[in-house]
Ligand binder design. Structure first.
Ligand SMILES: *Cc1c(COP(=O)(O)O)cnc(C)c1O
Length: 362
């Protein structure tokens, strides 16, 4: 925690706003908006997954529709496609950003138009905080008239061409889960360029109550709004967002400098105009065997590390769906490792991790 969170939470108690609405929710949304820009509207929700669920619905995704989804991501990017009875179609990543490949996206769209019809939405992800190729992906989406849901769950604080991630998509999604760059313990937000859309999201997120003195419902609603207590944590966290980004980036730089001499360790650079929050520090090794050697040596020292996300098209639950892949994410999954990346790592911690990796490789 940064410091002010407890005060805002106390404020909720003192004013008895213990509900999924209240001054902290409004102020938290305002703070997110200040970060993302005035052209963006924000609805604070109970999770990033809830935001994806509502976002897809706002984009008109329903039963039987197809949704193109980046395969190299966390399962929560795609689960809401299933909640809606729609069908995921997975698209592989490119090597520069590890995110959705413009070439394969185009190929997938062309194929689906021929075989099934226009896909209803594209889910693109700024994985590990690295922006996807926003201009290229959005140009393709625009060309075919398909809306983009921008999964920015891992990328609050990242920017692309000096513009903040989370504000690019027809719908944007943020997460404040406990493992993210800032947290409300659990929480999320949906962003959109029109207030009509965020109002609709809030309507659906609060049980879809019609305007009537009694409880009346013409839509299926959800209980997805953020608690005013948790939004208090979020207000405090927004004040230290840049500080958290600086810590994460400094972890990455430390590893990069410390491990520079090892030919077996490769880092992903930021291309011109790409600024990553470096949510997690990830490395690529030459092979699965070397990656496992490092992971197990770290584990031996009681240091947790983890392989990169297993592509969704390889997941048992999603393996039957159509895929447009060229082996990129499968290769990243087999050779890549997320190193300890917390904002509170000390330089001794970072040195311990680096020394352990050096010992394995030297
Ligand atoms: C964490 C995460 C989500 C889901 O967010 P929750 O708040 O945990 O529901 C979605 N997509 C990606 C890429 C994530 O990392």
């Amino acid at each position: 925690m940064g410091g002010a969170e407890q005060d805002y939470v106390n404020e909720a108690f003192e004013t008895n706003w213990i509900a999924p609405l209240g001054p902290n929710v409004n102020a938290f949304e305002h703070a997110i908006r200040s970060q993302l820009g005035d052209n963006v509207h924000v609805a604070a929700l109970s999770s990033g997954t809830a935001a994806i669920h509502l976002g897809l619905q706002l984009l008109g995704v329903g039963h039987g529709d197809e949704v193109l989804c980046q395969s190299f991501t966390f399962s929560a990017s795609a689960n809401p496609i299933m909640y809606l009875g729609a069908t995921p179609v997975f698209v592989d990543s490119e090597v520069d950003t590890w995110n959705i490949s413009p070439e394969l996206l185009r190929k997938a769209i062309e194929n689906r138009i021929l075989e099934k019809g226009l896909p209803k939405a594209i889910i693109a992800v700024h994985l590990y905080g690295m922006p996807y190729k926003v201009d290229e992906i959005h140009a393709i989406a625009k060309e075919y008239g398909i809306p983009v849901l921008e999964d920015s769950a891992e990328a609050l604080g990242s920017t692309y061409m000096d513009k903040p991630c989370g504000a690019f998509g027809d719908i944007g999604v943020l997460s404040f889960n406990g493992n993210k760059i800032i947290t409300t313990s659990g929480g999320g937000a949906l962003t959109a360029k029109s207030k009509t859309l965020t109002d609709k999201a809030i309507f659906l997120a609060t049980q879809a109550r019609d305007d009537a003195p009694h409880y009346q419902h013409s839509n299926v609603g959800y209980n997805y709004r953020m608690s005013n207590v948790l939004a208090g944590i979020g207000r405090g966290q927004m004040e230290v967002l840049q500080n958290r980004v600086d810590s994460r980036r400094s972890n990455f730089e430390y590893y990069q400098n410390e491990l520079a001499s090892l030919k077996e360790i490769e880092f992903i650079d930021e291309a011109e105009g790409f600024y990553s929050n470096r949510w997690l520090s990830c490395v690529l090794t030459p092979s699965f065997e070397i990656r496992e050697g490092i992971r197990l040596a770290l584990l031996e020292e009681n240091i947790e590390s983890r392989p990169l996300w297993k592509p969704l098209h390889m997941q048992p639950i999603f393996s039957q769906y159509k895929t447009f892949v060229d082996g990129t994410s499968e290769d990243l999954f087999s050779r890549g490792l997320c190193l300890p990346s917390g904002s509170n790592l000390s330089s001794e911690d970072l040195k311990r991790v680096s020394d352990c990796i050096k010992k394995v490789l030297l």
